[in-house]
Structures are given as C-alpha cells and as structure tokens.
Design a protein around this ligand. Sequence first.
Ligand code: ATP
Ligand code: MG
Length: 341
Amino acid sequence: MTETQFTPRVFSGIQPSGDLHLGNYLGALKRFVDWQSKDVETVYCMVDLHAITVWQDPKDLMHSTRELCAGFIAAGIDPEKSILINQSQVPEHAQLAWIFNCVARMGWMQRMTQFKDKAGKNAQNASLGLFAYPALMAADILIYHATHVPVGEDQKQHLELTRDIAAKFNHDYGVDFFPMTEPVIEGAATRVMSLRDGSKKMSKSDPSDASRINMTDDADAIAKKIRKAKTDPDALPSEAKGLDERPEARNLVNIYAALNDQTVDQVLTDVGGKQFGDFKPMLADLAVAKMAPISTEMGRLMNDTAEIDRILTRGSERAREITSPILRKTYDIVGMIPPVV
Ligand code: ATP
Ligand code: MG
C-alpha cells in the first residue's frame, strides 16, 4: 500500500444489472475476498443507482439486487467482516454525487469510453444518469474516504476521473479532504473477454447468453459454453508471448490461470502444445469445480430473501456511521447548512 495520511479503506461495487458472470467473479469478487483477509476495512456495494442509468424492469431489479447480495456472500464476503450494502439505502452516496456533478467538467465526462460504448449511436437518447455515472462512482468511493478500489480493467478510466474530482474539490476549496484513491487492478483476468468475440469484454448487459458464464449456470451449461467458445485452430504455445494476436486463446488461458491461482506462464508450462480439443475439457472441469459450489450456495441463500434484506439493512446502518460525518464535513467545506439526520 502507498503512503497516505488517510486510513486505508477498500471500497468497490457491482451493478445489479443482470446475472453475475465469470468476469465479475475473477476481476472483482475474488479480489474483494482477498482484501477481506487483510488488515483493512472493506466496504462492498450493490450499485442499484448505477443499474438504473439504463432501463431495468422494477421486479427484475429487486430480484437482481438480492441475488447479487447472495453472490457476494456465496463468493466469500462475510457481512460481519465487510460492510455489505445496497447503494440506494445509503443516501449520502447520491447527496455527495450532486456536489461532484458540480465539480466535474463536461469535457472530462465526454471523454469517458464507457459512456460512448453504452450510449452507442444514439447518444442523444441516453439518460442523463448514464452520462453522470462516473461522478456518482467517485462519490461512492470518496464518501468513505476509500484509499483502494479493486476493479476490472474497464474501470481504470473512471478511477482516474475519481482522482481528478478529488483533486479539483481539494484545490477549489483549499482543503486536503478527499484522498487520491488507488485503483487496484490485479491478477490474470482483469479483463475477461466474451466467449463469442475475443475483442469484446464479457458483460452482464451483452444480449448473448453464450458470451458469458453466469454465476448461476449449472455444470452442464458451463461445460457447454466452454466447449462452444470461439478459438483458433493452432495448438497452445509454451510461453505467454505466443498468445500475442490470439485474443480468444489468450482469454481462455487467462481464465484458467485466474481460476487456478496460477500465472499464465505456469499454465502454459503444463498445457503448451495441447490442442483446444484437449484444453477445453480441462478448463470446463476447473470452471465447474470452482463456480458450481458458489452457484449452489447462491440458490440456497435466495430461499430466504428476508435474511438478505436484514443483512443489507444492518450494512447500511454501519455504512452511515462513516458516510454521515463525511457528508456533514463536505457540506461545511462547501458552505451549506448541514443536513438534518
Ligand atoms: P454491465 O454490462 O451492466 O456494465 P458488467 O458486467 O460490466 O455489467 P459491472 O457491474 O459494471 O459489470 O462491473 C462490476 C465489476 O466487475 C467492476 O469492477 C468491473 O471492472 C468488473 N468487471 C466487469 N466485467 C469484467 C470482465 N469482463 N473482466 C474482468 N472484470 C470485469
Ligand atoms: Mg460494467
């Protein structure tokens, strides 16, 4: 960890915008669990306010939020050790986001590639929330004075913007109030690609179910999707360099390495020279062994949604012990009368 005057604290979030997938697991959840066993406070969040920046059916959203909470716990997040919350239940996130809307500049937001990707060709018809998304994300992080944010590679640009917002706020008001948050983008699978197209990230919002392995998929579905995953006709190389210009092959090897807690070179020492016909069943077995127990546990937790709601209520009470004083101090810095609690 780098030196900072701020107490180290980890924050990260996932959107309840559909089924959790292998990219979320390897790029985010598995990393969150690693942080939980270090000597640092961890706050993990279901970011429902981000999810509604694109249309969500209300019934699906509530189900996805609870299922995401079940996914966090099934993957190894302990709601006693970590603070586990749903974003909209901790109102200080949205309150600070408004202030950050007034700090962030239009030009900064216009450079965000996620907005361009998600808005697509019809940007005029995108929601204002989708455009403002990174300012809310900065608020999610900075309302905890979080110092470290484990994320997948796709979030790097948003974390740079978070630092820009913190720096501009500190500079404009002449304070050293918000920390310069460090993105933590680690492991062999920081960007898991679609199983159908090695140039596209695996995403909840991809309309093709075959493009991703969902955390709720059973063993048969996982094996079938890996068998059908796009590859090239060559054998696997013996060194990582041999995966250059082979995005699909690289993706499957990265997934294997991350699931097995190995480096890519270690994996290739074992499987170099194999054809995909031999490697894919090995990968399918490994993915089933690691993912199927999580999926079973998610199903069990979803049998008691009242318990999930209690966990989230308790999480939001603990979170507000941190966020409420930070928001009051922010109001004071900005010159606004503090909110009534
Ligand atoms: P959506 O398509 O709705 O944006 P998503 O699949 O991108 O959903 P998010 O909730 O936006 O998922 O992201 C949650 C976390 O998972 C973030 O830290 C993000 O960087 C990480 N993540 C998402 N997709 C991948 C991926 N393909 N590989 C690695 N990490 C990923
Ligand atoms: Mg995303």
